[in-house]
Design a binder for this molecule. Structure first.
Ligand code: AHR
Length: 321
């Protein structure tokens, strides 16, 4: 047979074979290694579910590792993903600093990295492709603006604020503190009298609030909690101290999980600023683009609202987490 005709025939046979091959054999599924912070909050549980469910739906192989809130576990997981030669590494960094070395290792192995939810402080921004998540400074500002408005409506009396911070060194703890302070510093009547970490958990939120109540008693007017779980833990401490959360102590928190809506409907929480954990679809979409060499935005920001107690009952049925 003439060589050209043989090539055409071979090509036709190959095309026919790949058209009849099952999809799984024809296209290799994308493999993503994902290192999650932990399971410290209702928010985190919803975030993990969103990422796992989307990966499953999209036919992506997800290698999932829970770091139990420890950076050294995340570094180990990232190194193991590099050794396994995954197509892409994604992770939600427990703290901001200390990532340069391991991210350089990923870059040297030519494995792209996507950050979800929290940011890192690195000298070389090319160490990651994109950061998908909320604007935590803006969330802090929204909490501060709600409080300014509350203070104005209530005759601008002096208010003593206690603050429950998130995990020390984490992006949401640093940024939510900064955003809140930026807004309230214009009002001399609003004073943060105590601030301490509650590590984003209910148990720690309760424990620290108990300590605040013991030393400051009824002089506390407002609690600003960096997440709903700590606020819910603190609500318990306030009730056990014989005070009424949401009335004797005004409570402002962040996340917008269902537990916060239930607390608002019970009159125990005054407002929650939304922080969406449903990042799965954006992560898988960006991962496909990055692996295919297509451009992605360096920062993908999620749009979010503010939910005061007055709208809680109407909004609860619409909440997805
Ligand atoms: O990084 C997002 C924060 O981490 C959420 O506000 C908090 O609930 C979680 O643990």
């Amino acid at each position: 047979m003439h060589p050209t005709r043989r090539t055409i025939l071979a090509g036709a046979v190959l095309a026919l074979a790949s058209a009849t091959l099952p999809h799984a054999m024809a296209a290799k599924p994308l493999v993503i290694g994902f290192s999650q912070v932990g399971a410290e909050s209702e928010w985190r549980t919803a975030n993990t579910a969103s990422i796992k469910d989307t990966a499953k739906k999209e036919g992506v192989t997800l290698k999932f590792a829970d770091a139990q809130q420890r950076q050294e576990n995340q570094v180990k997981a990232i190194r193991s993903f590099i050794a396994q030669k995954v197509d892409l590494i994604a992770f939600s960094p427990v703290v901001e600093s200390g990532w340069d070395t391991v991210l350089r290792e990923a870059k040297a192995a030519k494995i792209p990295v996507i950050l979800t939810d929290r940011s890192v402080n690195v000298s070389d921004p090319s160490l990651y492709a994109t950061l998908i998540g909320s604007d935590f400074v803006e969330e802090g500002r929204k909490a501060g603006r709600w409080l300014l408005d509350y203070a104005k409506k209530n005759g601008d009396k002096p208010l003593n604020i206690v603050e429950l911070q998130g995990t020390v060194g984490s992006a949401p703890a640093i940024d939510r503190k900064a955003g809140f302070e930026e807004v309230i510093k214009g009002n001399p009547k609003l004073r943060v009298v105590r601030t301490q970490t509650g590590d984003f958990t209910r148990a720690k939120g309760k424990e620290v609030m108990e300590a605040f109540l013991k030393s400051l008693g009824k002089s506390i007017n407002v609690l600003y909690a960096h997440n709903d779980d700590m606020a819910i833990g603190a609500i318990q401490a306030i009730e056990e101290a014989g005070l009424k959360p949401g009335k004797d102590i005004i409570i402002v928190s962040i996340d917008g999980v269902k537990g916060a809506f239930q607390a608002m409907m019970a009159g125990k929480l005054n407002v929650t600023v939304e922080c969406s954990p449903l990042l799965g679809p954006q992560l898988i979409d960006a991962a496909r683009k990055v692996v295919a060499g297509q451009p992605v935005e360096k920062r993908i920001i999620v749009n979010e609202g503010v939910f005061p107690a007055e709208v809680a009952a109407k909004e609860l049925p619409n909440r997805k987490y």
